[in-house]
Ligand binder design. Sequence first.
Ligand code: PGA
Length: 246
Amino acid sequence: MTKLVIGNWKLNPVSLAEAESLAGSVVGNKSYLELKNVVLLPPFIFLEELVKKFPQLQWGAQDFFWAREGAYTGEISLEMLKNIGAKWVLVGHSERRRYFGETDQSVNKKMSAALAQNFNVIVAVGELQKGDSSNLVTASLKESISGASPKHIDRLVIAYEPVWAIGTGEADDPVRSNRIISELKQTAFKMFGSASGQIRFLYGGSLTGANAEQFLGQEYIDGALVGGASLKTDDFGEIINIASRF
Ligand code: PGA
């Protein structure tokens, strides 16, 4: 299975010009083999323009609300995202859980809505503290993706992101992450049977060009969710090049 590389720009950059230059640098490097396996998640406000200008990349949103329209001040709906050509959504990133009150229950509701609307959905899970039991991650996964329709499951992607590794410069041990992901795959198998083989499982947390090979070379890791390094042209380019070798 080709490895997937997803860049989560978070609350960056601060202008459309910078966003275009960042996307342009991803597209411009001709050594990148598999741009169709690269997904970028910019802030909502730049999305429409970026989708138009860079159709060779896959584009998505970092969050959304499940209602189609109505009295929900400040929210963005799947319908709106669909209308501007976005095909991916991220749900349940640890920063959304920590700062904006996202829970496994709200993640589940969003996941179901987005799968039903034909989006590719990335659901993020991960333990808070180093040393926390993997049972916590398994429980969060079960709750977050329960009820996913087997007929849409090929559009589901799980990002395993140990929260203590996000943005800290301290990535997990790749062998450990591989083991946790194999446990998560077993959990998904118990939930959905053989259809679960279509779900891709990514690692995220301080992934860089320097350690990407160790993670992407692992048997059960199907790709990477990249935060900080997705804003650094050279680093992100290196990650994509490494991913395209597998
Ligand atoms: P990081 O972020 O790569 O900066 O650790 C990962 C993420 O938040 O998805």
